[in-house]
Design a protein around this ligand. Structure first.
Ligand code: NAP
Ligand code: ZN
Length: 347
């Protein structure tokens, strides 16, 4: 039998989020029931709650940075037991048999992953995310939160952490590599921490120098303002890898000019409008313009273990559920330091 639980939902596109109740499915043979403790606010929640990426499914309960404790397990569950600390990120299912699912790249599943919210599950039922008190999920789509990582600072790792870890690893950020992170928000601040921990020389490219001291404390070696045209002259041809986390369209040609020969510009920001590109920007210098989307389950576990080993989670501001709408406005104004996390006890 399904259970009625409390949640915060956007009743329609662009409407403020409000308290409501939703149904969670009965705990199936391979499912775990999670008592959600904390849920991060990702900029993707705002894009989707406002139909920025196309028509959403409403009411929408956003939230794909979920940290909590297992409170019930189905009879066939082998990986988790009651009391375990677990996380759930951006997807809760995939086909499990395509070449990408088999390689642990479930986020690129040929059939399409099932989003944690704003998606339909295999039975055609809408999925509801982490701005809620409980979640039922297949054990194969949860990850273990290691000892030593508190649940509140771990929550943002489930999206912001893995979204930066995956491209940084894929394009070999490490000793001897010059890496730039564009945008010091939720994703960007995790990019700085992870790239630094991987041993790369890290530069932040932010709109202004307002957050320079924070960026350096988080692990940046250099910090530049992109509002200053001199930045693009001074840093021309500098980087092996640039990861952009910017939520708005960027003048790509300018940024591609900052790469070395064979350099990679990996975009993870997901702006609502298309960008323009002069192809000469990649021809000269044999440059790569690439994208990357979150990470698979195994890599998410690897990232959590990496963060625990290095002793860091996210920099967070914990809020009550009644502050969600205000937090959205602050994220849109780039006024976030560096992730809002909802204490779900307040829902
Ligand atoms: P965020 O906390 O709002 O951070 C974005 C940062 O981008 C801001 O803090 C700001 O940094 C910079 N920025 C914002 N507007 C800008 C503009 N007009 N020009 C230049 N820089 C600007 O958002 P987030 O949660 O990190 O998410 C960032 C983007 O990634 C969103 O579009 C989100 O949907 C997307 N995303 C993608 C994936 C994926 O798998 N690829 C996963 C999660 C999120 P400064 O103040 O330092 O300039
Ligand atoms: Zn996200």
């Amino acid at each position: 039998m399904s259970t009625t639980v409390a949640a915060y939902a956007a009743p329609a596109a662009n409407a403020p989020l409000e308290r409501t109740t939703i149904e969670r499915r009965a705990v199936g043979a391979h499912d775990i029931l999670i008592d959600i403790k904390f849920a991060g606010i990702c900029h993707s929640d705002i894009h989707q709650a406002r139909d920025g990426w196309g028509e959403g499914i409403f009411p929408m309960v956003p939230g794909h940075e979920i940290a909590g404790v297992v409170s019930e397990v189905g009879p066939e569950v082998t990986k988790y037991k009651v009391g375990d600390k677990v996380g759930v990120g951006c997807f809760v299912d995939s086909c499990r048999e395509c070449e990408y699912c088999e390689q642990g790249l479930e986020q690129y599943c040929v059939q399409g992953m099932t989003g944690t919210y704003n998606a339909l599950d295999k039975n055609g039922e809408p999925t509801y995310g982490g701005y809620s008190t409980h979640l039922v999920v297949d054990e194969n789509y949860a990850v273990r939160i290691p000892e030593g990582l508190a649940l509140d600072v771990a929550a943002p790792l489930l999206c912001a952490g893995i979204t930066l870890y995956s491209p940084l690893k894929h394009w070999n950020a490490g000793p001897g590599k010059k890496v730039a992170i564009v945008g010091l928000g939720g994703l960007g601040h995790m990019g700085v921490k992870i790239a630094h921990a991987l041993g790369a020389e890290v530069t932040v490219l932010s709109q202004s120098l307002r957050k320079k001291a924070d960026g350096e404390r988080l692990g940046a070696d250099h910090y530049y303002a992109t509002s200053d045209p001199a930045t693009f002259e001074e840093l021309a041809g500098t980087f092996d890898l640039i990861v952009s986390t910017v939520s708005a369209p960027l003048p790509l040609d300018q940024y591609l000019g900052l790469l070395k020969v064979d350099g990679v510009f990996a975009n993870v920001g997901a702006p609502e409008e298309p960008v323009s590109l002069n192809l000469f920007s990649v021809i000269g210098g044999r440059k790569t313009l690439a994208g990357s989307m979150i990470g698979g389950i195994a890599e998410t576990q690897e990232m959590l273990d990496f963060c625990a080993e290095h002793g860091f989670g996210a920099e967070i501001e914990v809020i009550g559920a009644e502050q969600i709408n205000e937090a959205y406005e602050r994220v849109l104004a780039s006024d976030v330091r560096y992730r809002f996390v909802i204490d779900t006890a307040t829902i």
